[in-house]
Design a protein around this ligand. Structure first.
Ligand code: HSE
Length: 435
């Protein structure tokens, strides 16, 4: 039998401990599948005395992950520290430069430095595997990089953050507050160290930027993503969406348009009958539209120790199966040096349907004024309804538009605001086409 693949794991939090545990518990299966054992020869974390539910007494212990990355007794460096700079970046770079394969779950690091790190990996002929960085346990990277070879992607979109989907699902199903649902997501280990990264959409944006590069062969452009989180989604929006036959999901969407590539993350209404609307709780889903295959939808556990560990272990097993001298495929599907510059489509030209919820004073002429602003901006309405509220002097007006542009909707809502009938800021939620 071939020599063991020697693994060093940096970061022993929820995910790192799960990876070490799975490697130990599934040792016999993995040895059979890979044709060689996988052994955790070294680890790095601050506290060696903590009980992590796995025996690591046979592993060499490092406090500094950069030292672990350069340790001669490992073949693979597994980075599960997190963060887009600091020890995570320094150790991954050091490992690649020392000719070690790297496995990481770090979407923030890849969103910021992925192309530069891929160049080092490709130059040194080592693998940089990152299946766990996008959509947890769903094998979307392998699917896009390998199974869809030859397909041209027109749109990729999905539910990429388990915490947000968990919150929205429970708010809708149980009428709970946003805060209560977020606290449960944190307790269950789904949320990021800083949960604003989840709820304000940054985590989804990091993952989307990686999918965009894979889909369109462009350089990663995470800072060019239009971003809106879910913190201002209320029960009123959730109930109105349900009444109109929609469900609200935080989606990341990347699509090819005539003016460039649109990358956006925002709360989105999808038809209740669509497949993606049935994706509940911490589950993630990714839809990929291509010319040869048509539409593919992958769904599965998107956050938490086991989901992430499953993807990390799969990446390690791929390295164990690879043979010395075998030429590895490029990290982002195209050689990093050949990735094209990202051409951004302006959000103002985004075309689609819109849901608009207005809190208005209850007086004569308000409805007519709203309708006029819509007509003046060439916006055709699919429906308009007025609802009573608990307060006698105010009403809620809900509009659903046919396809229009973001620019037209913004002009219309600015006009309605200027008319002086509104009590609150208009709530605007985009509607996404979904099968
Ligand atoms: N905080 C992330 C989520 C974890 O909720 O999806 C997985 O990246």
């Amino acid at each position: 039998m071939a020599d063991a693949l020697r693994v060093g794991i940096a970061g022993l939090g929820t995910v790192g401990a799960s990876v070490a545990r799975v490697l130990a518990e599934k040792s016999a299966e993995l040895t059979r599948q890979c044709g060689r054992p996988i052994s955790v020869t070294a680890v790095s974390a601050r506290d060696a005395s903590k009980d992590r539910g796995v025996d690591l007494s046979g592993s060499t212990w490092f406090v500094d992950p950069v030292k672990l990355a350069a340790y001669a007794e490992i073949d693979v460096f597994v980075e599960l520290i997190g963060g887009d700079e600091g020890p995570a970046k320094a150790s991954v770079k050091a490992a690649l430069e020392a000719g070690r394969h790297v496995v990481t779950a770090n979407k923030a690091l890849l969103a910021k430095h992925g192309v530069a790190l891929a160049e080092i990996a490709e130059k040194n002929g080592v693998l940089l595997n990152y299946e766990a960085a996008v959509a947890g346990g769903i094998p979307v990277i392998k699917t896009m990089r390998e199974a869809l070879a030859g397909n041209s992607v027109s749109r990729v979109f999905g539910i990429l953050n388990g915490t947000c989907n968990y919150i929205l699902t429970r708010m809708e199903a149980e009428g709970l507050s946003f805060e209560a649902c977020l606290a449960d997501a944190q307790r269950l280990g789904y949320a990021e160290a800083d949960p604003t990264f989840d709820i304000e959409g940054n985590d989804t944006a990091h993952k989307l930027s990686i999918l965009t590069a894979l889909a369109f062969g462009t350089k990663i452009a995470a800072s060019d993503i239009y971003l809106e989180g879910i913190s201002n989604i209320s029960q009123a929006d959730i109930q109105a969406a349900a009444d109109l036959g929609y469900r609200i999901k935080l989606l990341g969407v990347a699509q090819r348009t005539e003016s460039g590539i649109e990358q956006r993350v925002h709360p989105t209404m999808v038809p209740t009958a669509s497949v993606i609307a049935q994706v509940h709780g911490v589950t993630n889903a990714v839809a990929i539209e291509t010319d040869i295959l048509g539409e593919l939808l992958l769904s599965g556990p998107g956050a938490g120790g086991n989901a992430t560990a499953s993807a990390v272990v799969g990446d390690i097993a791929d390295i164990a199966k690879s043979r010395p001298g075998f030429q590895h495929g490029p990290v982002f599907g195209w050689p990093a040096k050949q990735l094209k510059p990202y051409k951004k489509a302006q959000m103002r030209s985004h075309a689609g349907g819109y849901f608009i919820r207005l809190s208005v004073q209850d007086r004569t002429g308000v409805f007519a004024a709203i309708a006029k602003r819509m007509a003046d901006n060439d916006i055709s309405l699919e429906s308009i309804v007025q609802r009573s509220t608990e307060a006698k002097d105010r009403k809620t007006v809900i509009l659903v538009t046919h396809e229009t542009t973001e620019a037209a909707v913004r002009k219309a809502t600015d006009g309605i605001t200027k008319d002086g009938h509104l009590i609150d800021k208009p709530q605007v939620i985009r509607i996404e086409r979904a099968a």
